[in-house]
Every structure is written in structure tokens, then in C-alpha cells.
Design a protein around this ligand. Structure first.
Ligand code: FES
Length: 114
């Protein structure tokens, strides 16, 4: 899909729809997520999601597709480096937020504005 978009002549547009989430690169590691406003820290297992860990503490946290498509689960990131695994957010949006249903931490810790 990326190659097709790159091969288009200038001025042409392309609409893409993805029906499966981007595959994990494998070898995921566990990490912690601090929920700053709630004064809590949750553990995300190697095979778990930030969304599931957050919802265990904050069950009203919004979500829908759980596949990185809809943007409902988008949260503001205060600290930490994100491994973005969605296909929705722009680079500018990724600078300060993440989709917690699919994306993970690159390091051992993230801080979210939750
Ligand atoms: S729940 Fe849809 S993008 Fe996360």
C-alpha cells in the first residue's frame, strides 16, 4: 500500500482502507503506563494492550474498534517514546498522542494524561 501511494504521479490521490491491523513485529516486551491524573500505574504484559490495562483501572475509558482504525481510544502522551502501530494518526498527531488499543511503549514506561 505504501509503495502504491509512493508511485502515484503528482496530483493524483489514493484512498486506502486496511481491514486488519498492522502485524506486531514480535518480541514485544512488558512495560508500565503511568496514568498521571489518576495517580495510578498499570502494567502492560508482553501479550497485552495498553487499552486493556487502562480499562482494568479506568473502566469508562472510551474505545471501539480495538484495531487502530477508529481513533476512539486516542490518549494524550505526556512522557515516553511510543511504538505507533496504527495507520490512522498523522505524524503531527503522533507527536503528542497514541491509540492505546494497538500502540505500545518503545521503552519501559509511558505517561498518559488519564
Ligand atoms: S479503539 Fe479504535 S483505534 Fe483504538
Amino acid at each position: 500500500m505504501v509503495a502504491v501511494g509512493a508511485a502515484l504521479p503528482a496530483g493524483c490521490s489514493l484512498h486506502l482502507e486496511r481491514f486488519t491491523p498492522r502485524a506486531s513485529s514480535g518480541g514485544d516486551a512488558p512495560f508500565e503506563v503511568e496514568l498521571r491524573r489518576s495517580n495510578r500505574t498499570v502494567a502492560v504484559a508482553a501479550d497485552g494492550t495498553v487499552l486493556a490495562a487502562v480499562r482494568a483501572e479506568l473502566p469508562d475509558t472510551a474505545y471501539s474498534c480495538e484495531q487502530g482504525f477508529c481513533g476512539t481510544c486516542r490518549q494524550r502522551v505526556l512522557e515516553g517514546e511510543v511504538d505507533h502501530r496504527d495507520e490512522l494518526l498523522t505524524d503531527a498527531e503522533r507527536a503528542g498522542s497514541m491509540l492505546i488499543c494497538v500502540s505500545r511503549a518503545r521503552g519501559g514506561r509511558l505517561v498518559l494524561d488519564l
